[in-house]
Design a protein around this ligand. Structure first.
Ligand SMILES: [Cu+2]
Ligand SMILES: [Zn+2]
Length: 181
């Protein structure tokens, strides 16, 4: 009798903990759904056509960039945070890779160079990009008021043999809103 009563009490305590946990998921300001996020509309730099958007969110392991884009060429594309919130002049107005520490080096998302060096975007055979990438050194607060750039070619995360990962032309660009929600 004594033993079974103890077991009932344990189960009740577990139920209370679960109930509190459930309330916490809906009400806590630290719940993942309430972490900073923003949506960036992306346009082709030549035609100005809207290609879709990229959702940027703070995650436990960095900033997660979730693309919902179409009209790109299949394969891998260099993807970076550029300094200026301006996609004009075929993307040139966006300036260089965001580099708040003035490293002057393109080393990719796991290096110690430009903070704006994001993981490559992957585009499928239908021209769509939907696979999220996570940049572990970046937070949403680093991206606000800047721009996201997608290049024609890939990115070898180095300045050699070509500078800035060798991705070439700036084919798609999005101005990041000045505030996260
Ligand atoms: Cu770039
Ligand atoms: Zn770079």
């Amino acid at each position: 009798m004594k033993g079974s009563g103890h077991a009932v009490a344990m189960r009740s305590a577990t139920a209370v903990v679960l109930a509190v946990g459930f309330v916490g998921c809906n009400g806590s300001p630290t719940a993942p759904s309430e972490m900073p996020s923003l949506t960036v509309d992306v346009h082709a730099t030549d035609s100005g056509m809207r290609l879709g958007s990229v959702l940027v969110e703070d995650a436990a392991d960095g900033a997660r960039f979730t693309p919902n884009l179409s009209g790109l060429t299949a394969g891998e594309h260099g993807f970076h945070v550029h300094v200026n919130p301006d996609c004009g002049m075929a993307g040139q107005n966006a300036g260089g890779h965001y580099d708040p520490a003035n490293t002057g080096r393109h080393e990719g998302p796991d290096g110690n160079g430009h903070l704006g060096d994001l993981p490559r975007l992957t585009v499928d055979g239908g021209g769509r990009a939907t696979v999220p990438v996570v940049a572990r050194r970046v937070r949403v607060s680093d991206v606000v008021g800047r721009s996201l750039m997608i290049h024609a070619g890939g990115d070898n995360y180095a300045d050699a043999p070509a500078l800035l990962g060798g991705g070439g032309a700036r084919v798609a660009c999005g101005v990041v809103p000045a505030t996260a929600s």
